[in-house]
Design a protein around this ligand. Structure first.
Ligand SMILES: [Ca+2]
Length: 133
């Protein structure tokens, strides 16, 4: 009798795992849960003290939720092809943010650090220090 229940528990556990995976996957797809964005944005804000500024948004690195802009593209080597813990990812991203400071990712004539200092978007060529309000 006791052995007969074991398969039921195993099936129940598998159903729970599949359901949890499905719920997290759906939440990710719908944009409710994204393990990447908060971490990356927190790291950017930590490096530049931009929390609460106009750069404290996903638009700093993305044109849409899953598409990176030119600045986000230049930061990709920090993550791409690597399995990192959250702490390792933050560390790698901090290094990459500093590494690309002198680049002009969006090609608007201003380096990334000039843009960040002026609080303009380093991945949007239509937004640069002289074009800012
Ligand atoms: Ca720009």
């Amino acid at each position: 009798m006791r052995l007969a229940r074991r398969p039921v528990y195993i099936v129940g556990a598998l159903v729970l795992v599949v359901a949890a995976t499905g719920i997290l996957g759906a939440a990710y797809f719908l944009g409710i849960f994204d393990p990447h964005s908060g971490l990356a944005l927190d790291t950017f804000n930590l490096v530049y003290g931009t929390e609460g500024s106009r750069l404290d948004t996903c638009e700093t690195c993305h044109t849409s939720r899953k598409v990176t802009n030119a600045y986000g593209y230049d930061l990709k080597p920090a993550f791409e092809g690597k399995k990192l813990t959250a702490a390792e990812a933050m560390e790698q991203l901090q290094v990459m943010i500093k590494t690309i400071e002198e680049l002009d990712s969006d090609g608007d004539g201003y380096s990334n650090i000039e843009e960040v200092t002026a609080r303009t978007f380093p991945g949007n060529p239509d937004d640069h220090p002289l074009a800012s309000p």
